[in-house]
Design a protein around this ligand. Structure first.
Ligand code: ADP
Length: 190
């Protein structure tokens, strides 16, 4: 199986690229943000629990997120591999993911990270906010809080995967097509 963590700060373009890459490599795309938003829209128990965190730009608690991720993986028993988009976002999530895959005799092939400077990220998120309807995309304070969460809890995952020789950084500035082809060069070898 090809199991890839697509990584990067909020607004880096993970979702856009994952949708293009999943078809080419025949992988199942799991976006934790999309799953949460689906549950919020449908007012499920999970959605009610996650809503206040997400609206404020905070991370949803690990236990809730990890359980959800496992359920998503388990509901795709025939998958040839996964693109994890928005997961893991904390070290504890990364450790759980490794253990969970290990039980299935699987592992992460690589973390592919989109590297984009912060001023461009804010611009992209505010632009997306005009059409996405996402409360967390429309308010500069909430966006700053998401970066703060990223800096304190998520960015250390670069080191986590570097220590396993699984980190691949990609320049995330350019046209969508340019970035897709940079990603493909890495995906081809994973
Ligand atoms: P972006 O990467 O643009 O911030 P996402 O759609 O990936 O947006 O995530 C939106 C929100 O969903 C996050 O700000 C967070 O509140 C919640 N979320 C998504 N994935 C996770 C995760 N792995 N752990 C905790 N919270 C998460």
């Amino acid at each position: 199986m090809k199991n890839i963590v697509l990584f990067g700060p909020p607004g880096a373009g993970k979702g856009t690229q994952a949708v293009l890459l999943k078809d080419k490599y025949n992988l199942v795309h799991i976006s934790t943000g999309d799953v949460f938003r689906f549950n919020i829209k449908n007012e499920t128990e999970l959605g009610k629990l996650a809503k206040s965190y997400i609206d404020n730009g905070d991370l949803v608690p690990d236990e809730v997120t990890i359980d959800m991720l496992k359920a998503e993986v388990n509901s795709n028993p025939d998958a040839e591999g996964f693109i994890f988009d928005g997961f893991p976002r904390t070290e504890s999530q990364a450790i759980s993911l490794d253990a969970f895959l290990n039980e299935k005799n699987e592992s992460i092939n690589g973390m592919v990270a989109l590297e984009v400077p912060e001023d461009l990220l804010v611009e992209r998120i505010l632009n997306r906010g005009k059409t996405s309807g996402r409360a967390d995309d429309q308010d500069v304070e909430k966006i700053k809080n998401r970066f703060q969460e990223y800096e304190t809890k998520t960015s250390i995952l670069k080191e986590y995967y570097q220590n396993q020789n699984k980190y691949f950084g990609i320049d995330g500035v350019g046209s969508i097509e340019e970035i897709t082809s940079r990603l493909e060069k890495v995906f081809d070898n994973l």
